[in-house]
Design a protein around this ligand. Structure first.
Ligand code: FES
Length: 93
């Protein structure tokens, strides 16, 4: 199981982990998202993606398409195909 984490001292710590063959979990601060494990463009491994914790985006390590963790929208890069994402933040209270 692969996992990456944000640098210590970052404003919003994050982690990315593979949770199944085709899904990853991204935690940013107290929010949690599930997303496709493979980029819609050419199947880059998103578990190795760069997370922008401030903007809630993940960027593919291959050709640098950037996706919203909240909507899956492709924001920058060589594809306009969205990624399948959903927020799974546990309820509080
Ligand atoms: S494989 Fe992800 S941007 Fe090309």
């Amino acid at each position: 199981m692969a996992e990456a984490s944000g640098a210590p001292g970052a404003q919003r710590p994050y982690s990315v982990e593979q949770i199944s063959d085709d899904r990853i979990r991204v935690r940013v601060g107290d929010r949690e998202f599930e997303a496709d494990a493979f980029c819609p463009h050419r199947k880059g491994h998103m578990v190795h993606g760069y997370v922008n914790a401030a903007r809630l985006r993940i960027t593919c390590p291959l050709h640098h398409s950037s996706y919203s963790l909240e909507t899956g929208e492709a924001i920058t890069g060589p594809t306009a195909t969205p990624m399948c994402v959903r927020e799974t933040t546990p309820a509080t209270g």
